[in-house]
Design a protein around this ligand. Structure first.
Ligand SMILES: NC(=O)C1=CN([C@@H]2O[C@H](COP(=O)(O)OP(=O)(O)OC[C@H]3O[C@@H](n4cnc5c(N)ncnc54)[C@H](OP(=O)(O)O)[C@@H]3O)[C@@H](O)[C@H]2O)[C@@H](O)CC1
Ligand SMILES: Nc1ncnc2c1ncn2[C@@H]1O[C@H](COP(=O)(O)OP(=O)(O)O)[C@@H](O)[C@H]1O
Ligand SMILES: [K+]
Length: 498
């Protein structure tokens, strides 16, 4: 598991570590690691460090100090380094080191500074790190904006400036980095959007902080962590022991969601999938997934799930509509004493009647920001801007496990670190992929995983499958548009890689 920490946690760990070390040791470790990454990037892009043009954006704090020391190391290898001094003051020892190594410094003026950003081979963003707060002030904001337009490689020092390191929030202009070199431990923002997207690839430089770190705020499972959790069949398995998932989805208006959710469950390895809905979705599910056992529900009379047969977990919601019939169905499913996943229209139903979520067995909800907005009564834009805060709040307030979909997916459960899943691809942003996810997570719930683990594993393999599908199954190839059903069909290939 990669683990991430708040600025306060990092500072406490840093103090404990520094107590036993000569002053300046940590900054030297950080700068050395940063310079190694920059040298590697320059060599990769231009064949050498010597003669390359490096612009160091320097703020007033230690983040600027790291950048200046790294600039000095690159200057000693022959790079032409210019530091733009943007702060009210500058890290003095770092400045002296850069000058002694032959680097140049200029005070910020808009024309010259933007020219230096535009003409560089590599821009080093040392404006603010974990000491930053709120929207960037000028002239930092102007410099941060310029990083979006330069052809140079942009390397952020510790965190991209303009991104709140503790939350991932971005309140104004922020640096858009290709690579972020972070020190000692990952910062929360590096796993949580919109900040995570600003960071690009993240490289961690070990400065010895690990023994002093507390419980993390956010964790990002790696392939191995997910592989260790996934339910796998053994010689003793039969279809019932592997877990039967029941899906209540689709309606005569929305049939596709049913096929997609059932497909996610089938391909993710449910022992058996039972599906119940009105006649048309049942017909289509049977046509696409003949292995699914189906029941046509008569919603004109009292809803009973008894006819469907026993299941170890339910999925309810995709495409089911939001009228009185959907409400009755959701009520019946949520009355069951097995884990239930609520998605899509099911979330609209429970948003109108949150008491439905008060139950003994585990509940997992899988909203996107719009659906969570309805559940919490908070505007969608606010949820998108403050994803970590709201996924936690939803878990606490609703007493359920929450999977918040988006470019990075967050999973929250009260008392546990938030899990961040970053395996996806922007090609996943297409209609119906969320329905596939509900089926995958339902299969894992039925396979015996907790809501927290089922959600994490499902989002992780969903992202991997999307990548497999986008590459047409050819490792290393470029990515192309995908349809939701492609994601379901790519699940076995994705699972084979774990
Ligand atoms: N912890 C560790 O283990 C290690 C930490 N290390 C490094 O130290 C970094 C933290 O350094 P730090 O504490 O000096 O703060 P930092 O991020 O440079 O920024 C502070 C200054 O920024 C400014 N500022 C703030 N907000 C602003 C805004 N919105 N808009 C504009 N300006 C704003 C504000 O300046 P002022 O307003 O005072 O002019 C403030 O003084 C850390 O990220 C890492 O790189 C490594 O060397 C090794 C080990
Ligand atoms: N930009 C993105 N990058 C990666 N994954 C994304 C992005 N946008 C959306 N996704 C993922 O795509 C899926 C979309 O789900 P959802 O919004 O429920 O769609 P639908 O309701 O059409 O099925 C989610 O798993 C979400 O995390
Ligand atoms: K920075």
């Amino acid at each position: 598991m990669r683990t991430a920490y708040s600025p306060d946690q990092i500072r406490t760990a840093e103090s404990a570590l520094m107590a036993g070390l000569p002053a300046g040791t940590l900054m030297q470790r950080a700068a050395a690691g940063l310079a190694v990454v920059c040298a590697r990037l320059l060599t990769g892009a231009h064949g050498r460090v010597y003669g390359s043009r490096v612009t160091v954006l320097t703020g007033s704090g230690d983040n600027g100090g790291d950048a200046l020391y790294a600039g000095a190391r690159l200057a000693r290898r022959g790079a032409r380094v210019v530091a733009v001094l943007a702060g009210s003051r500058t890290h003095e020892a770092g400045l002296a080191a850069l000058r002694a190594a032959g680097g140049r410094t200029v005070a910020f003026t808009e024309e010259e500074s933007l020219g230096l950003v535009g003409d560089a081979d590599l821009v080093l963003d040392g404006l603010v790190g974990i000491g930053g707060g709120g929207a960037l002030r000028e002239p930092y904001a102007t410099l941060a904006k310029a990083t979006a337009d330069t052809p140079a490689l942009v390397v952020a020092v510790d965190v991209p400036s303009g991104v709140d390191s503790g939350t991932g929030c971005v309140e104004g202009p922020a640096v858009k980095a290709h690579v972020t070199v972070t020190f000692g431990a990952y910062k929360t923002a590096l796993f949580v959007d919109p900040g995570a997207t600003r960071a690009g690839m993240v490289e961690l430089v070990d400065i010895g902080l690990r023994p002093h770190l507390p419980e993390p705020e956010v964790v990002a499972p790696a392939d191995g962590d997910v592989a260790a959790l996934l339910p796998r069949p053994s010689a003793e398995s039969d279809k019932y022991r592997r877990g039967v998932v029941g899906i209540v989805a689709g309606s005569d208006t929305y049939t596709g969601a049913a096929v997609l959710s059932a497909g996610g469950a089938v391909r993710a390895g449910a022992g058996m999938v039972r599906f119940a809905s009105s006649a048309e979705p049942v017909r289509l599910v049977r046509a696409r997934w003949p292995e699914v056992v189906t029941t046509i529900l008569d919603t004109t009379s009292e809803v009973s799930l008894d006819a469907i047969g026993r299941v170890q977990a339910w999925v309810v919601g995709p495409g089911m509509g939001t009228g009185p019939e959907a409400h009755a169905l959701a009520r019946a499913v949520l009355a069951a004493d097995v884990p239930v996943l609520v998605d899509a229209d099911g979330l609209s139903v429970v948003a109108a009647d949150r008491a439905l979520l008060r139950r003994k067995a585990p509940t997992l909800i899988t909203p996107h920001a719009g659906e969570l907005s309805r559940l919490l009564g908070v505007p969608r834009e606010r949820i998108e801007a403050r994803r970590l805060e709201h996924v936690r709040r939803a878990a606490d307030e609703l007493g359920v496990t929450v999977l918040l979909k988006g470019s990075t997916t967050l999973i929250a459960e009260t008392g546990r670190p938030v899990r961040a899943i970053t395996t996806g691809t922007p090609w996943l942003a297409t209609g119906g992929t969320g329905d596939v996810l509900s089926g995958i997570a339902g299969a894992f719930l039925a396979g015996g995983l907790s809501g927290y683990d089922a959600a994490s594993c499902a989002a992780h393999v969903h992202g991997l499958a999307a990548r497999v599908a986008a590459r047409g199954g050819v490792p290393g190839s470029g990515e192309a548009p995908i349809a939701a059903l492609d994601v379901a069909d790519a699940l076995p290939e994705a699972l084979r890689t774990l």
